[in-house]
Design a protein around this ligand. Structure first.
Ligand code: 9WN
Length: 452
């Protein structure tokens, strides 16, 4: 149980329901992100689902990450989707056939399961360390040893993954990760990307049929067709380049420095540093990782925007900051190592009318996009709704920054949202209405973590 949390009536039922959601989505050694809408293994979902699973069985939790890393590319990239070979082709678009039809990506795994050519925020070292920590808290000797063996086994893959992000995805050496597709951010249709996407010229490409709209009540909950045209065009370009990193970094039409992925990477490097001590890695690794942490924090500092009191993504193509008030602006809270002044200013922004201080909110939980943004939409995916993954990331950050009462508030409000609305993918910020997919795996995983 988290320090200071008194169990509430109904906690036990909620725990059992969360466990049941994860059991239903369990595919043996990996978990579907959602029952219908997302029938494959998603990278950052699985990295965080492992934290919830660890409260049920640390060995199964370790397996979640191990399975994902079996599909790691030769250059260190951890793919954003590992496609389930048994899922019918029409269950998700774009599926394996779409990604692999252009033929080989030289660094991709050569045998099934096939993967997409993108990646997602690097939460995996954080997940792996929590699996081991939770196993230690549970105190079962055999499982502690097994999760320590898991850390030893996964460590080289984690190191290669972070190295890929800090070399191929940061040829400029800024400490900031470049992404090539909004899907790589995990916050697909966020207004963060509108400016950079507008500049992408879409060429000739085959027609396509979306599958996602069949799984939600109302199309306004998902990205628009115009968004999808751009998403699919960027996939075409990546396929035409055969995912050659040198070509992508020179001429891909969508190249942006993602502050959230960069901050998550700093956090993951802090956790990787701990893992490296646990597994007795060479001192030189620890020096490298510590250099990555400082570089990442400096990079984030260079994205600070005094007017918004937030950190802003940057368009590599135009060289301009991407001005949008979204939760990603709080990234320095996640990467830590902040001055008291910077931390105070970020918390002030969090409390302001642009975020938690908006009186229309059903609960004081951070909306994905500020309701004061012109492009805010309360039902549209990453353009406004409250996402449990956002609340979980901020909750952990606040705990680490020594803000237990703020963290606790976020936790209680989040649990309350799920108690009322269920294990939804996201929630309407003004009414709390559950939106997107129901029985979303990581929502259940966060509930297990919050309740423990
Ligand atoms: C595209 C699985 C994923 C999450 C992302 C979320 C959504 C996919 C989609 O679902 O993205 O990757 O089809 O909309 O934006 O964060 O990992 O839950």
């Amino acid at each position: 149980m988290h320090v200071g949390r008194t169990p509430e009536r109904g906690d036990e039922d909620l725990f059992l329901e969360a466990m049941a959601v994860l059991r239903r989505n369990d595919m043996g050694d990996w978990t579907k992100a959602a029952p219908e809408l997302y029938p494959h293994q998603w990278s950052w979902d699985s990295g965080l689902i492992s934290v919830g699973l660890a409260h049920l069985d640390p060995l199964r939790a370790a397996q979640e990450i191990r399975t994902l890393f079996r599909s790691q590319w030769r250059n260190g990239k951890v793919p954003h989707i590992v496609f389930n070979p048994l899922a019918p082709p029409e269950s998700y678009f774009p599926g394996a056939e779409h990604w692999t039809s252009a033929g080989d990506f030289p660094d991709a795994p050569t045998a099934p399961p096939y993967t997409s050519a993108l990646c997602q925020p690097p939460v995996h070292a954080t997940g792996a360390l929590r699996v081991w920590e939770i196993s230690c808290e549970r105190g079962e000797e055999r499982k502690i040893e097994a999760t320590e063996r898991f850390l030893r086994e996964i460590y080289p893959g984690l190191l290669a993954w972070h190295r890929y992000l800090l070399t191929d995805r940061d040829p400029q050496g800024t400490g900031l990760v470049t992404i090539y597709h909004p899907w790589e951010s995990g916050t697909d249709n966020s207004p963060r990307w509108d400016g950079a996407l507008r500049a992408v010229e879409v060429g000739e490409m085959p027609g396509f049929r979306r599958q996602d709209l069949a799984h939600v009540d109302d199309p306004s909950e998902r990205p628009t067709d115009a968004d999808y045209v751009r998403y699919l065009w960027l996939v075409e370009v990546i396929k035409a380049y055969r995912c050659d990193e040198r070509k992508l970094r020179r001429s891909h039409p969508f190249r942006v420095k993602d502050v959230l992925a960069s901050a998550i990477l700093v956090r993951a490097n802090m956790d990787l540093a701990r893992i490296s001590s646990i597994v007795g890695a060479p001192e030189s690794d620890r020096e490298t990782i510590s250099g990555w942490i400082s570089l990442g924090r400096r990079g984030l500092e260079s994205c600070w925007d005094e007017e918004y009191g937030l950190c802003l993504d940057r368009d590599v193509v135009s060289g301009e900051p991407l001005r949008a008030r979204t939760f990603a602006g709080f990234s320095p809270l996640i990467s830590g190592g902040l001055s008291e002044e910077r931390k105070a200013r970020l918390l002030e922004t969090l409390d302001s009318k642009h975020f938690l201080g908006d009186e229309r909110l059903a609960r004081p939980l951070p909306p994905s996009t500020s309701p004061s943004e012109a492009l805010f939409h309360p039902r549209s995916y990453w353009r406004g709704p409250v996402w449990p993954v956002v609340s979980w990331l901020l909750w952990r950050a606040l705990l680490d920054l020594g803000e237990p009462s703020r963290a606790r508030k976020l936790l209680e409000e989040s649990l309350d949202g799920v108690r009322t609305g269920g294990f939804a993918e996201y929630f309407e910020p003004f009414t709390g209405e559950p939106l997107g997919s129901m029985d979303q795996s990581w929502t259940a995983a966060f509930v297990l973590d919050w309740l423990n």
